[in-house]
Design a protein around this ligand. Structure first.
Ligand SMILES: *Cc1c(COP(=O)(O)O)cnc(C)c1O
Length: 358
């Protein structure tokens, strides 16, 4: 039996897509082999690659001045590739550090000129900055933001338009909100939350930001992947193939707008359950920036939190343990976690609160 999966990533993928993949897995079309067995130089794979890329362009609305890249190394390799490709002697990059992922992105940029433009560390990463709280120093090449801090359960509501190009890590609400392309030089994210299996980053790079960087190894240069159409080496074929199918499923359901609406509705239901619990459940974050994809909350004691997770699992609701760095409970509600799963979670929360109220 399939459970209700609230895992933070990897996470649920649409069942219809998984069933379609299962059915065509041993023999794709008339090739007599699976997608992961075929040559990445074959016409059949090229068609899968091109289709996925076109769908990304259509769904995201990325204008032609952005290149679309499928890269290995997840979002994490982008923490390095971004500063390596955009920074040089004499310029720097501001980092909005609003949570654990912003911290990691800055850590990889610090030696190359990354500085803290805003930090939420002292407040325990429970809020996001207002644009006028962000410090942009002279000589700043880009400002890095994380659209949704997956571990801390907060989202950037308004993206700062401060006269410097933005670079955004959108891993955990990718294509669940419209992107105002004017603001960005790079948008990137691991695909394993809303779009595909882990192991790939979907990267949008503004063409004018792609520089020749002969000092870097070939894979580390955006220029390599732009020239090679993400086929400079063997691409993550299974991820590309599956992402194409997930995007088709997403297009059939209203694209970004549809996903945004569903994400808002699903998360609102859980926040309502938290707020209506008379303090039994407690959201630690600023209500104005509550995430639409990762809902975090606490219970009166850590023992009760452990019991909650264990009993939820027995009820078929899995992946609810908060990240080890913050504790508590976290329900990740990505694209493929549907309303019935959320309703089951809310019913469980109500029952659990009634049974365990001190
Ligand atoms: C999951 C996640 C990452 C890490 O992605 P990998 O593909 O595992 O490298 C980075 N940033 C954010 C915001 C995430 O949610």
């Amino acid at each position: 039996m399939r459970v209700h999966n609230f895992g933070a990533g990897p996470c649920a993928l649409p069942l219809e897509v998984l069933e379609e993949v299962r059915d065509e897995f041993p023999e794709y079309g008339d090739t007599g082999m699976t997608v992961i067995e075929m040559s990445h130089r074959s016409a059949e794979y090229q068609a899968i690659h091109d289709d996925a890329k076109e769908r990304v362009r259509r769904v995201s609305g990325a204008p032609d001045d952005f290149e679309i890249l499928f890269l290995q190394g997840g979002a994490t390799l982008q923490f390095s590739m971004v500063p390596m490709n955009l920074l040089s002697e004499g310029n720097t990059a501001g980092y909005v550090v609003a949570g654990s992922w912003g911290e990691k992105a800055l850590a990889d940029a610090a030696a190359l000129g990354g500085y803290v433009a805003w930090s939420g560390k002292e407040s325990g990463y429970t809020t996001m900055p207002a644009p006028d709280e962000i410090e942009v120093r002279p000589g700043t090449r880009y400002l890095h933001v994380t659209s949704n801090e997956t571990i801390n359960g907060i989202r950037m509501v308004d993206f700062p338009d401060l006269g410097v190009p933005l670079v955004a890590d959108m891993s955990s609400d990718y294509l669940a909100r419209p992107i105002d392309w004017r603001l960005y030089d790079i948008v990137y994210g691991g695909v394993q939350k809303n779009l595909a299996p882990a192991g790939m980053a979907l990267v949008f790079v503004r063409k004018s930001a792609v520089e020749d960087r002969p000092e870097l190894g070939a894979y580390l240069r955006y220029a390599t992947h732009v020239e090679g159409d993400s086929l400079a080496n063997t691409p993550p074929m299974f991820q590309v193939y599956l992402m194409g199918k997930v995007l088709r499923h997403l297009e059939e359901r209203g694209g970004v707008e549809g996903l945004q609406k569903r994400s808002e509705e699903k998360s609102a239901l859980v926040y309502q359950a938290i707020d209506a619990s008379d303090g039994f459940y407690r959201s630690p974050v600023d209500p104005a920036v509550r995430s639409h994809t990762n809902v975090v909350w606490r219970l009166p004691t850590e023992e009760l939190e452990a019991t909650f997770v264990a009993e939820a699992k027995r009820a078929g609701l899995v992946g609810l343990k908060g990240h080890r760095s913050v504790g508590g409970i976290r329900a990740s509600i990505y694209a493929a976690t549907e309303m019935p799963a959320v309703e089951a979670l809310v019913a469980f929360m109500e029952e659990f609160a009634a049974d365990n109220r001190p």
